[in-house]
Design a protein around this ligand. Structure first.
Ligand code: AMP
Ligand code: GLY
Length: 424
């Protein structure tokens, strides 16, 4: 089969590498892919948000199946457009992708169907938001309604900070239309868990759990980023917690989407906080997480393409989805300065990878057979091993063999997870 993958980050590199192992996969196209993905797929310069360009590519390249991974094309209706020309897709349609596209929609859904989440109020008017924030407890969380590259949730410590945040989002519109409406949310505490699931709207199959490290600096300090590293499984996600999440969160969400006429088929991502009051939803994503995918897919033992096709065709209950009981760690190497200003264009030197090591390339470009940095998050160094400790050590050993000017990475990926296991 000829497979089309939309997107061009580290997550897409992990998806492409997993698809390559699938028995029915003969050829992979990536739009736009990147300089690293180019070693594993045929990349063409069509942007992931250029829906017309994607449709036109698919109709002229005998594409048998498409995998749409990033949030923007999903929210814009890329799956609807490809299905309309007869290309079966893995990924939710536009109506179902609203679960990530609008945080206000997601909150209303959770309220209506009693899915545990932080208490919150939605506002379209800055004065009303500020009046509400005047008497709110601090810290509080202010969230832009629409997509904001992972930077739309701001934890504010005081009314003064809240005022500045509301002004930036709603008046100065630093996130454009995404911040015209905001949510003000209760601040929750507890360990965070990411659970990616496969669902066809009837069956929900959770993948191995993971833990993201979103802040830029060690010790969870600094700005929020797209994610600086991940480990899987997440030790806080015990079997008891998993059962509770299935009953109280995963199945109710999938049923709620059906009841709203927005059946979700694809990867539904649950960002959860395990509070003293039980698991609560922090966010839904309508897609694989980045860099969660880089630790989850290397642990998948089943054929990814077969699972994706079963999701598309509503046959997930008949399909084997098996994960290894091993562990994985991904350390993201970024350009110094990310998520703010950073320089790019530096040559990257990569070691040959050993067994159970992977390098997933993200912000890179290829010129004259060489790789150069071209983005904030440049690549992920991944190791799978029998224990979390070995996986973390292995990922750092691999990271140390990779070099480019201005490389920066966190030194404490997996530290909290290992402490939870009593390893430190
Ligand atoms: P989001 O963009 O919704 O994924 O939020 C980014 C990060 O902000 C999350 O991973 C949490 O660490 C934090 N966060 C979001 N909502 C809350 C909340 N209600 N309480 C505490 N922390 C939160
Ligand atoms: N790592 C979080 C996300 O993909 O949104």
């Amino acid at each position: 089969m000829n497979i089309l993958v939309i997107g061009g980050g580290g997550r897409e590199h992990a998806v492409v590498k997993a698809l390559k192992k699938s028995k029915d996969c003969s050829r992979i196209y990536a739009l736009p892919g990147n300089g690293g993905i180019a070693a594993d797929a045929e990349c063409y310069p069509v942007k992931a948000t250029d829906i017309r360009g994607i449709v036109s590519f698919a109709s002229s390249h005998a594409v048998d199946f498409a995998v749409v991974t990033p949030d923007d094309p999903l929210v814009m209706g890329c799956v609807d457009a490809l299905e309309a020309i007869g290309v079966p897709c893995f990924g939710p349609d536009k109506k179902a992708a609203a679960i990530e596209g609008s945080k206000i929609f997601a909150k209303r859904l959770m309220k209506k169907y009693n899915i545990p989440t932080a208490k919150s109020e939605a506002f379209g008017d800055p004065q009303a938001a500020l009046a509400y924030l005047k008497d709110h407890a601090y810290p509080a969380v202010v969230k832009a309604d629409g997509p904001a590259l992972g930077k739309g949730a701001v934890i504010v410590q005081s009314y003064e900070e809240a005022e500045r945040c509301v002004r930036e989002m709603m008046v100065e519109k630093i996130f454009g239309a995404s911040g015209e409406k905001v949510l003000v949310e209760e601040f929750l505490t507890g360990p965070e868990v990411s659970v990616l699931t496969f669902t066809d709207g009837k069956t929900v199959v959770p993948m191995v759990s993971s833990m993201d490290h979103k802040r830029a600096l060690d010790g969870d300090r600094g700005l929020n980023t797209g994610g600086m590293g991940t480990v899987a499984p997440n030790p806080y996600y015990t079997e008891a917690v998993a059962r509770e999440c299935m009953e109280r969160v995963f199945l109710p969400t999938v049923r709620a989407m059906n009841a709203e006429g927005r059946t979700f088929r694809g990867c539904l991502y649950f960002g959860l906080m395990l509070t003293s009051d039980g698991p609560k939803v922090i966010e839904y994503n309508c897609r694989f997480g980045d860099p969660e995918t880089q630790v989850v897919l290397p642990l998948l033992k089943s054929d990814l393409l077969a699972v994706m096709r079963a999701v598309r065709d509503g046959r997930l209950n008949e399909t084997e989805v098996e994960f290894s009981a091993r562990s994985a760690c991904c350390v993201v190497l970024a350009s110094e300065g990310y998520p703010k200003q950073y320089e790019t264009g530096f040559e990257i030197s990569l070691p040959r990878t050993e067994e159970e090591e992977e390098i997933y390339l993200a912000g890179v470009k290829r010129e004259g057979g060489k790789l150069f940095t071209a983005g904030g998050r440049v690549l992920g160094a991944v190791k799978t091993a029998d224990t979390l400790q070995e996986a973390v050590r292995g990922a750092y050993a691999l990271a140390e063999k990779i070099s480019f000017a201005n490389a920066y990475y966190r030194k404490d990926i997996g530290k909290r997870a290992r402490a939870a296991l009593g390893e430190e």
